[in-house]
Design a protein around this ligand. Structure first.
Ligand code: PXL
Length: 276
């Protein structure tokens, strides 16, 4: 059984952050381990605050795990401070950890800043060069690259900038893009597609799925990046891992238990076929 480590924030409401990651790892038969970077206070209606851990606390959570068992993949989520980011970069390098999935979490759907600008700069400089893949959504890709993503060619331009920051591969989750674009073009709801673009070197791979018209999307980003990490741990190639993770997140959204008055969480426990 492969071990995956999530280094992320705690969303006690169970939809995003570490709890989402643990459930996603488990859905792919991986053994979940975790280190908490921040305790957030939230429900499906919003994020009301957070208290960050120190770099020392994060290190003291991670080292006993990696000194004891072999970790096959690492996923990072909410990394709120420069000191935590620098510590994680040091731990990844010194211990030669493999299959590094960086979800550059910037802001919650409800508009709460999960990282400040100085920490984001450090995340780009210190962690992108250590990553096997980064998984920004459109607004994260725009903030990191400085490119306004308004048409399809903008994805490649933004990805190139992020690759130049050191990311080996870039997955830009474009579901929102088609939502916005289709508003403008007045595309019927059933014609919308949820499209993600993966850039590796000069190659672009497109992953399409049905667009599910729902507000039950809390935890989508965390869950997708964790599914990629779990599949890398299980020996899938990056392209296979993204393809399986995309199928999984589509089903997880469709099967949401619809709990809560705001944006209900996805259902991380769904199972998908992993034979490609
Ligand atoms: O989806 C981004 C995210 C990541 N990590 C934690 C969060 C959120 C959004 O709310 O709370 C802990």
């Amino acid at each position: 059984m492969k071990v995956v480590l999530s280094i992320a924030g705690l969303d006690p409401n169970g939809g995003a952050g570490i709890i989402a990651d643990i459930k996603a790892f488990t859905a792919f038969d991986c053994f979940a381990t975790s280190a908490i970077t921040s305790v957030t206070f939230q429900n499906t209606c919003g994020v009301f605050g957070s208290i960050s851990q120190t770099a020392d606390s994060v290190r003291q959570q991670i080292l006993p795990i990696i000194n004891d068992i072999q970790v096959s993949a690492v996923k990072t989520g909410m990394l709120p401070t420069v000191e935590i980011i620098e510590e994680i970069a040091r731990i990844i390098s010194e211990n030669k950890l493999k299959n590094i999935v960086i979800d550059p979490v910037v802001r919650s759907t409800s508009g709460f800043d999960l990282i400040d600008n100085i920490a984001l700069k450090s995340l780009i400089e210190k962690l992108f060069p250590l990553s096997d893949i980064i998984t920004p959504n459109i607004s994260e890709a725009e903030r990191i690259s400085g490119i306004a993503i308004e048409r399809e060619s903008d994805f490649a331009e933004a990805a190139k900038i992020m690759q130049n920051f050191g990311a080996k591969a870039v997955l830009i989750k474009g579901g929102h893009f088609f939502e916005v674009k289709s508003e403008k073009l007045k595309v019927k709801s059933e014609d919308k597609r949820a499209v993600d673009y993966l850039f590796i070197g000069n190659e672009k791979y497109t992953f399409e799925a049905e667009y599910i018209d729902t507000k039950s999307t809390h935890g989508t980003g965390c869950t997708l990046s964790s599914a990629i990490a779990a599949n890398l741990a299980n020996g899938k190639t990056l392209i296979e891992a993204v393809e399986i993770a995309k199928k999984y997140i589509t089903l997880a959204i469709r099967m949401s238990p619809n709990l809560g008055k705001g944006n209900p969480s996805v259902n991380h426990a769904v199972k998908v076929e992993t034979q490609i």
